[in-house]
Ligand binder design. Structure first.
Ligand SMILES: Nc1ncnc2c1ncn2[C@@H]1O[C@H](COP(=O)(O)OP(=O)(O)OP(=O)(O)O)[C@@H](O)[C@H]1O
Ligand SMILES: [Mg+2]
Length: 241
């Protein structure tokens, strides 16, 4: 089953938040997901533990994944879920190249800043290096994170221009800066267990996450055969490119 890795060598780019939002949406669509938590901060594992029985049924989190255990965990979960998702550390580490090598699709979260764009470019360079060495091209996209829904900054325009120049695919749906996307971690909640009276613009956050989930699913279906997704039957997911 496909492996989707979230990577950016710049810390704090929004990887773990993107993993949580996208994995939750894909699980809500019916895919069985295993998130391998290789982020040394273990936010996803903590979130999952806090969430307890409120966690979407089809979503499981594998804590404390390291360079030594990554291959074993990918092989173990590839056979029991529809999608393996890997959350990586936010610094250069041998784990990044290792995870990219197992990936069928890579998502590169980046805020609208030159530093995040550089972190994204590092991942893209690694993907080209892998392609040179193995002949395998791993499809990848940048997803913009923490975007202000009202103002387009020069820095953000710069990131978009850089990605266009490098011919890197950019997801049409950015992840907007929302209190709800922070609160899911601090409260151990999902966007669907939170109380809308206590979280501003929760409905907009849900809409944003759902649009993103749909777009990522469409991208996955471009590169993978996803059989009867979003149904409760066991599903077939096969890579075709
Ligand atoms: N869309 C968003 N709206 C509001 N806050 C966000 C959003 N995305 C990320 N954040 C906040 O930004 C910070 C960094 O986000 P996150 O932990 O997801 O990044 P990361 O790339 O996984 O970091 P690291 O490299 O340290 O693993 C966190 O405090 C998170 O709550
Ligand atoms: Mg992280």
């Amino acid at each position: 089953m496909p492996v989707v890795t979230f990577a950016n060598t710049k810390g704090g780019a929004g990887k773990t938040t993107a993993v949580l939002l996208i994995a939750t949406e894909l699980a809500r669509m019916g895919l069985r997901i295993a998130v391998l938590d290789a982020d040394p901060q273990h936010w996803i594992s903590r979130w999952h533990q806090q969430l307890g029985p409120n966690c979407p049924e089809r979503l499981q989190v594998v804590p404390y994944v390291s360079a030594a255990s990554l291959e074993r965990e990918i092989k173990r979960y590839q056979h029991v879920v529809d999608l393996v998702v890997v959350d990586l550390p936010g610094h250069r580490s041998p784990l990044i190249a290792q995870a990219l090598g197992y990936s069928n699709y890579v998502l590169i979260p980046a805020q609208g800043s030159a530093m995040d764009a550089q972190g994204a470019a590092n991942v893209i360079d690694l993907l080209y290096y892998l392609q040179d060495k193995t002949g395998i091209r791993v499809p990848h996209s940048v997803v913009l994170t923490r975007i202000n829904p009202i103002i387009t900054t020069r820095a953000l325009q710069g990131v978009k221009a850089l990605m266009a120049e490098k011919r890197v695919h950019l997801l049409a749906t950015p992840i907007v800066e929302r209190a709800a996307f922070r609160d899911v971690f601090s409260c151990g909640e999902t966007l669907y267990t939170m109380d809308p009276r206590h979280v501003s613009n929760l409905d907009r956050a849900q809409e944003n996450a759902q649009m993103l989930g749909r777009e990522v699913m469409e991208r996955l279906m471009r590169f993978c055969t996803i059989g009867a997704a979003a149904v409760s039957e066991p599903q077939t997911v096969r890579m075709v490119a």
